[in-house]
Design a protein around this ligand. Structure first.
Ligand code: FAD
Length: 501
């Protein structure tokens, strides 16, 4: 019997898997998604994503749908001391920030996953198998072979794919198949996550996020969406986990803010937050993405965001290789670019965790004094550059994401680009390139745009450049001031391969 050969098999249908499937679906690749569970994981985990992630959803054609189930977070984060005095406010962001949207969005993870899954109905080329558990993965010269079990019937099946992406979460079977270990970045702290649904308006509950920097019991409060509110509560020495999730204990813990006649408990779970990153993200045809590759404590609300960035980085590279527009080694740049990038977020989350989790009264007093004096530098949202990969340039903004300005015609830039390379700049620089460069652009279907629109021009003026080459994930591949420099940067565009796929 001949096995069905997919372009890509995705293991796991959480945020990483479903986003990757949407992007690959848009490219028209044949994709199978295999998921063990019958339903979306029902308990809320992530509640925040950032502007760059909204932009990925926008590229996937789902921004409107995602906006309908999320809310922009414009009010910032307050750091309060044990007696409720505000020490520091990390300012909110504009409704239209650098990514063409707010930089913070709040949502209920099961609702977001529902929207992203619905997006796949647009693609007959994406085949989703729920209730199917991968039991083994074997890499091969031409393709990888997957064994999986239909959990309803118990029947075993086999399929194959050119590439396999393990979006299979913290206990990833793909990671075992790759045979890598996790590098421990140091933070493993149990926290109680307590979600409620308000039965009525509680005007005293803030609509911004609050870090309660109480050394006796550090806590975070969050307005999620609609009537959902969350408290994340650090476990202290002597706490008995079973008792902590009892309703009596829960109401006592949050009694200052809300009472049982005002809200219902949605759930209360103790999680141990980890900070780890896989040493190897790729072996042969197998890749890791999302929590299978890295986990971060949620102090920056970035675990899922990193998963979405993984999908965005990998999708266009898989497409270019599978369509014969790039060599297989382009796929090595996925890990080399993404690992240091996500590491910067994890390191900052660990640092932030150390500060929020301070339990020593003297250290807490010193921290509070620093906060009062206004030293917010550690709370700058990180904008790390990608690790080594398909870009060239000594310094930022190269290897950072390009902003999404509004064009003079009222459209946001990304809507003109699709999932393609783009060359944007001064017409005289763009027109002066060699025929070879033009051929390279054409081979990749690159979009060519001149920078007449004021917001776009402002970015070029600010950076003192006249042309930019963007990758399909909107990261800056290189900058140029002359046609000659643009020729040079364009040689980084993936080279076509003669290998048949
Ligand atoms: C309390 C808490 C708060 C958080 N807050 C935030 C936040 O505010 N912002 C943020 O960005 N992130 C946050 N996160 C992190 C975020 O929830 C995760 O990073 C995200 O869910 C990871 O997505 P994923 O797709 O990689 O993995 P998962 O969501 O874990 O999905 C993996 C999927 O793979 C499936 N699977 C596993 N093994 C197999 C197999 N053998 N065969 C078939 N299927 C398999 C699983 O059933 C699962 O559906 C938070 C996490 C927690 C716990």
């Amino acid at each position: 019997m001949t096995l069905k050969l997919y372009d890509v098999a995705i293991i796991g249908y959480g945020p990483a898997g479903v986003t990757l499937a949407n992007l690959l679906g848009q490219f028209g690749l044949s994709v199978v998604v295999l998921e063990r569970d019958a339903e979306i994981y029902p308990l809320p985990r992530a509640i925040h994503f950032d502007g760059e992630v909204m932009r990925v959803f926008e590229t996937a054609g789902l921004r409107g749908e995602v906006e309908a189930i999320s809310r922009p977070g414009l009010k910032g984060m307050y750091f309060n001391n044990a007696v409720g005095e505000t020490l520091l406010i990390r300012a909110g962001t504009a409704a239209r920030g650098p990514h063409g949207c707010a930089n913070n969005h709040y949502f209920h993870q099961p609702e977001l996953e529902t929207v992203l899954r619905s997006g796949l109905q647009r693609y007959a080329n994406v085949h989703v198998l729920l209730n199917h558990e991968i039991t083994s993965i074997e890499d091969g010269a031409e393709h990888a072979t997957l064994r999986y079990k239909d959990l309803r019937s118990g029947a075993m099946h086999t399929t194959s794919a050119r590439y396999v992406v393990g979006c299979d979460g913290a206990r990833s079977i793909t990671r075992k198949a790759i045979g890598t270990t996790m590098l421990d970045l140091g933070l493993h702290q149990p926290w109680l996550v307590f979600d409620v649904r308000l039965k009525k308006e509680v005007p005293t509950l803030p609509d911004h996020t609050v870090q309660h920097c109480d050394p006796e019991r550090p806590m975070t409060y969050c307005n999620v969406t609609g009537n959902r509110r969350r408290w994340e509560i650090m476990l202290m020495p002597g706490d008995i986990p079973e008792q902590m999730v009892q309703s009596e204990t829960l109401w006592k813990l949050v009694g200052k803010w809300v009472t049982p006649d005002q809200a219902d408990i949605e759930r209360a779970v103790i999680y141990t937050f980890h900070s780890v990153i896989a040493e190897t993200w790729r072996k042969g045809r197998l890749f890791l993405a999302g929590d299978s590759a890295h986990q971060t404590p949620p102090f920056l609300g970035q675990g899922m965001c990193a998963a979405i960035r993984d999908a965005s980085n990998l999708a266009w590279k898989l497409e270019a290789v599978l369509r014969g527009r790039a060599q297989d080694d382009l796929l090595d740049t996925y890990a080399s670019e993404r690992a240091p990038h996500v590491r910067a977020f994890i390191d900052l989350a660990v640092k932030l965790g150390d500060i929020i989790q301070t339990t020593d009264p003297q250290a807490a007093r010193e921290r509070d004094a620093r906060f009062k004096a206004g030293q917010p530098e550690i709370f700058q949202f990180p904008t790390p550059r990608l690790g080594m990969g398909i870009w060239r340039g000594e310094s930022a903004p190269v290897a950072q994401i390009f902003p999404q300005p509004m064009m003079a015609n009222g459209r946001l830039l990304d809507t003109l680009l699709g999932l393609k390379f783009a060359v944007i700049g001064d017409p005289s620089v763009l027109d002066g390139v060699t025929d070879e460069t033009r051929e390279l652009w054409q081979a990749q279907g690159a979009v060519k745009l001149t920078f007449n629109d004021p917001e776009v021009r402002a970015w070029f003026d600010q950076h003192g450049v006249r042309a930019v080459v963007l990758r399909p994930d909107r990261y800056i591949m290189g900058l140029a001031n002359t046609s000659y420099e643009l020729d040079s940067i364009s040689t980084l565009l993936p080279a076509a391969t003669t290998l048949a796929h």
